[in-house]
Design a protein around this ligand. Structure first.
Ligand code: HEM
Ligand SMILES: *[C@@H]1O[C@H](CO)[C@@H](O)[C@H](O)[C@H]1NC(C)=O
Ligand SMILES: *[C@@H]1O[C@H](CO)[C@@H](O)[C@H](O)[C@H]1NC(C)=O
Ligand SMILES: *[C@@H]1O[C@H](CO)[C@@H](O)[C@H](O)[C@H]1NC(C)=O
Length: 322
């Protein structure tokens, strides 16, 4: 009897421990800050109306938060040797001012209630919905708490670099619970947003000892990139999807991959295995399920490694531990 009770208790604890993310709920602020999520959307909409390039910036900020210590707002912290100064983040991540503005307004509305991790997760969704229109939307369950630590070294090993090959991408995403298909789907976010020239300089000018320009780049595309990014230019920002003049949410990323018109080796890598190539082609078909699959993958991303209950804290300022 006692033994069975103990077994049941242990089982319940095991279930609770393994399902921390199941505690997130869309109604989390229902009683403590009922107008909070709508306020986040309102503030974010104002920013995106002024500068729609902030939408991809916030999406990436959320991704980089979630892949390092889970979606705990650790990417926002101004810690010495914190995530912000990691190779893939420094002089690159944008949108912090949006999060700080939202946080100030949320603290005025419901002091000490809404975590920076939740604000970032909502802001990424709200910004992208505002930019993309009705074709895109995803559910953001709430109740994340804020972490108190941030380490550049962890970001350096968890975040995929632009020169990653297919196996490296599969392995980095699998480490966070994502399938190969979800990895390819999430990469489709490169259908919007900007990149600094430095991330593909080598492909343009110093590919190998014998070939200056990566032969995987389509010739006219490589020429166009060289006009935008001169040799040695590390700072200029260029559109990642060069196939359109205005950034729109669509699945053109996958046709760009197939035609050799993508900026990074990691983009090109998606078609370099039989498995990857099949997925890229499937997502590139008319009536592609890309946006629906992307939405599901984003909700899943937003649950990675979250702190809930009494873990962590609700920061008063997103860049500082209380
Ligand atoms: C698959 C591996 C990935 C690699 C190697 C990669 C790499 C990069 C790099 C190097 C940039 C340019 C950053 C800069 O120059 O400042 C970039 C931009 C971006 N990435 Fe990725 N990324 C990957 C996956 C993702 C995922 C999963 C998402 C979102 C779910 C994402 C969203 C974005 C967005 C939206 C931008 C544009 C940011 C802006 O306009 O400020 N990426 N990525
Ligand atoms: C709050 O939650 C309750 C039950 O969970 C629900 O009935 C109610 O509609 C919610 N209110 C809002 C504003 O979402
Ligand atoms: C997006 O989805 C959320 C949650 O499912 C919903 O509350 C919101 O109204 C949707 N936004 C748009 C613009 O459709
Ligand atoms: C890189 O490429 C440029 C121009 O293609 C060349 O002048 C330079 O010597 C190369 N540098 C290295 C280290 O190969």
């Amino acid at each position: 009897m006692a033994a069975r009770g103990l077994t049941a208790t242990l089982l319940i604890f095991a279930l609770l421990a393994s399902s921390a993310s199941a505690q997130l709920s869309e109604r989390f602020y229902n009683s403590t800050c009922p107008s909070g999520p709508a306020k986040v959307a309102e503030v974010v909409r104002t920013w995106i109306t002024r500068d729609r390039t902030l939408a991809p910036a916030l999406l990436r900020l959320h991704f980089h938060d979630c892949f390092v210590r889970g979606c705990d707002g650790s990417v926002l912290l101004d810690t010495v040797n914190g995530e912000k100064v990691a190779a893939g983040n420094i002089n690159s991540l944008r949108g912090f001012e949006v999060i700080d503005d939202v946080k100030t307004k949320l603290e005025a509305l419901c002091p000490g209630r809404m975590s920076c991790a939740d604000i970032l997760s909502l802001a990424a969704r709200d910004a992208m919905v505002q930019m993309a229109g009705p074709i895109l939307n995803w559910t953001v369950p709430l109740g994340r708490r804020d972490g108190v630590s941030s380490f550049a070294s962890e970001a350096n090993s968890a975040l995929p670099p632009p020169f990653a090959n297919f196996q490296q991408l599969v392995s980095l995403f699998s480490a966070k619970g994502f399938t190969t298909r979800e990895m390819v789907v999430l990469s489709g976010s490169h259908t919007v947003g900007l990149s600094h020239c430095r991330n593909f300089q080598t492909r343009l000018y110093n590919f190998s000892a014998t070939v200056a320009t990566d032969p995987a780049l389509e010739a006219s595309f490589a020429a166009a990139l060289k006009r935008q990014c001169k040799f040695g230019d590390t700072t200029t920002l260029v559109k990642m999807d060069q196939s359109k003049s205005v950034d729109t949410w669509d699945f053109s990323y996958y046709s760009n991959v197939l035609r050799g018109k993508v900026l990074f080796q990691s983009d090109d890598a998606l078609k370099r295995t039989t498995e990857g190539s099949k997925i890229v082609q499937a997502l590139n078909r008319a009536g592609s399920s890309f946006s629906a699959e992307f939405s599901a993958a984003m909700t899943k991303l937003s649950r990675v490694g979250v702190l809930t209950g009494t873990s962590g804290q609700i920061r008063r300022k997103c860049n500082l531990v209380n």
